[in-house]
Structure formats: C-alpha cells, structure tokens
Ligand binder design. Structure first.
Ligand code: ZN
Length: 371
C-alpha cells in the first residue's frame, strides 16, 4: 500500500511559501514550533515529535544518514544553501499541484510560480480574504474611496470592488466565524480609518469584518478555507473547535467549506464532514507536528469523515523540510490505515487503492475544479 501511495502525486491544497535564506540554529528551531520563538535555554525544538521526524526522514535528502545530529544536519544544510535545500525537499514531496495561501507571509517567501517550479507541480493561489480587504482599504484611502465600496449592497458585492479584477485562484482562506450583519459597513469604516491614520498596512482584526468577508467569498462561489484548531500561538484555541462554526457552515451550503488543521478537534471536524454536505477536512500542520504519532491522527480523522471529503495538505510554512515531512508522513499514515483495513477484510485492496487516489488528489481536484 505504501508503494502505491508513493506512486501517487499529491495535491497539497493548503500550504505557504518557504524562506529563501540560510538559517542559523535558533532561527531554524523557531520554525519548528508554532510558538513565537524557539524554546527557552535548555529546551531544544529538535527534542519534539517534529524534530525527531525531521532527523529521521530529512537527512537522506541532503545526502546524510538518517538520524543525523542537529549540528551535522544544519552544517550540511548551510553547505548546500537554501536554494538547493528548497529544491530538493519540494521535489521530494512528490506533488502534482499545490494551492498556496499567499496571505500572512511577513518574511520574504517564494511566490506560487516559484514554488511550483521547485516542486515540479502546478501552483495555484489561495487568496487570503483579509489581505484583499487590507489592500482595498489602503487603495481606498489613496483614491479617497468610500468604505461602502466593500459594504453590503455594493455592486458587485465582492471585497475587491468594481474597479478590480477578481482574483483568479481556486479558493479563499479566512480565519473567521459567524454571520453577515449590517454592522459590517461600520467595521469596514473602522478599517478605512485605520488605513487613513497611517497604520501601515492596515490589519483586518475585527470579527464583524471577518464574517462579512466570508459572505463575500460565499457569494463568489469558490471554496473557502477556514483555519481551525491548532495553529498560530496568538489564536484562542478554546474557541477553535469547528463545532462552533456549524451554523455558518450549514448556511454556506452548497459553497464548499474546507476545514484546515483541525487538531485536536479533528474528530469533531470529521463529524461535520459527515453531517454537512459542503464540509471537507484535512489534518495539515498537525501531521508533521505529531511525527511518529501522525498515523493515529489520520486514522481518527477517517473515523467519521466520508473518504470522499478528506484532503491532503501540508500547511508547510518557512522550512522546505515541512513539505517533504507532511507528504511523507501523510502517505505512511494513510497507507497503514488502508492496509490495516484490507488485512482485516474491512475492504479490498482495490477499494483501498481507490480511496488512496481520492484522498491523495481526487477530492481536491473535484472540489477546487483543478484540471
Ligand atoms: Zn496555513
């Protein structure tokens, strides 16, 4: 089964760019955690599930033995240089297509076409809704435009406004939850005032505006990605359970809702994928962070979620290693799950291969309309 999965090229339906510069140990370790910085003195981020997974699987791609020590690994990485390291790991991921979320990339990072060339895959852009609103606010100040341009009732009711051409990507991403309200015009006004006051660039951080943007995207009819559960350290995980989104997800139907990451609420996400026709799920970010435990995560995601609604994503960011680790651990976890079922007689080997094809790329192709 693993061999079969290794023969399949994946669609990574949610990922970010990689850093184009060489990294010292502290900077490298900081990219191995969702915390703002690497661990305190005496605590290494290599002593984690993702750290051990990296030392197990990544050194051979750079010509070292598996389990190379961190210092040896980082020395080899520096010797090859970031460009070569990025090329090797993106190629090793075995991707057919990638959907790159270009929002929230404060440091210089490769744009989708560059990533696609490195990966030997087609790259599509996922447009971050908040980024569009921030651009509109900044442009609006310049053009002395009105906040109503992205308020309810403007025509067309889209966040990019009548003078912009719509983004051409296959989908949107957003960090929002809730419903469109009349207060959204007021929230847009606040964003415009922030832009005017020289808050450069203005940042969308307003629940009402997030909700409004989701509905703009729903009106446009493209799949909307929601960052759910485990992720940035500044997100409130107590409010990260996707069950809190159920009314919005129901109201969005038939527009596809793509629940990203989901850990540790991945079973709840699987439930939503079962009961709501438009909901799809993945276990991005958590797959590589759980390392040796990721097969359990993948099996739990597949408890309730229909197999036709589970997608692959790495949610890789910064380190090219994470593209490779995400893909490798996902293939191994899914292969173990499907092979185990076939051995138990729960399904046939042929069924297992068909399901592998759906999860690896077929579901993403269908939902995003990728060719
Ligand atoms: Zn992401």
């Amino acid at each position: 089964m693993l061999e079969y999965l290794e023969s399949l090229r994946l669609v990574d339906h949610h990922c970010h760019g990689v850093l184009g510069e060489d990294l010292g140990r502290t900077a490298f370790e900081a990219m191995l955690t969702e915390a703002e910085t690497a661990g305190p003195p005496g605590v290494s981020m290599f002593d984690t599930q993702v750290g051990f997974a990296l030392r197990r699987w990544c050194p051979p791609v750079l010509g070292l033995d598996a389990h190379a020590e961190p210092e040896e690994y980082l020395a080899r990485r520096a010797e090859l240089g970031a460009a070569e390291v990025n090329r090797r790991f993106l190629a090793a991921a075995g991707l057919d297509a990638l959907c790159v979320d270009t929002g929230h990339t404060p440091r210089a990072i490769l744009e989708p076409p560059g990533l696609g060339r490195l990966a030997g895959a087609r790259a599509h852009e996922i447009v971050r809704l908040e980024s569009v609103a921030e651009r509109v606010a900044a442009d609006g100040v310049e053009a002395a435009g009105s906040p109503a341009r992205c308020g309810p009732g403007s025509t067309p009711r889209t966040p990019w406004g009548p003078s912009r051409s719509p983004p051409t990507g296959p989908g949107w991403s957003c960090r929002a939850r809730g419903r469109r309200t009349r207060r959204s015009a007021g929230a847009a006004g606040r964003l415009m005032r922030a832009a005017e006051s020289g808050d450069d660039p203005p940042r969308v951080c307003d629940e009402i505006l997030h909700r409004f943007l989701v509905w703009c995207a729903v009106d446009a009819g493209l799949p909307v990605q929601f960052h759910v559960g485990y992720g940035d350290a500044d997100a409130d995980l107590r409010r990260g359970d996707p069950l809190l989104l159920i009314e919005l997800l129901r109201a969005m139907d038939p527009v596809p809702a793509m629940l990203l990451h989901n850990y540790p609420f991945h079973r709840n996400a699987g439930y939503l994928a079962q009961v709501l026709p438009n909901v799809h799920v993945d276990a991005g970010l958590a797959t590589h962070n759980l390392g040796h435990r990721s097969p359990a995560l993948i099996a739990e995601l597949l408890e309730l979620a229909p197999f036709g609604k589970v997608l692959y994503s790495s949610d890789a960011f910064g380190l090219a290693e994470l593209y490779h680790l995400g893909a490798l651990l996902f293939r191994r976890g899914l292969a173990g799950f499907l092979a185990g079922g076939a051995e138990d007689g729960a399904w046939t080997a042929r069924d297992a291969e068909r399901v592998a094809g759906l999860v690896a790329s077929g579901n993403a192709r269908r939902v995003y309309g990728l060719e």
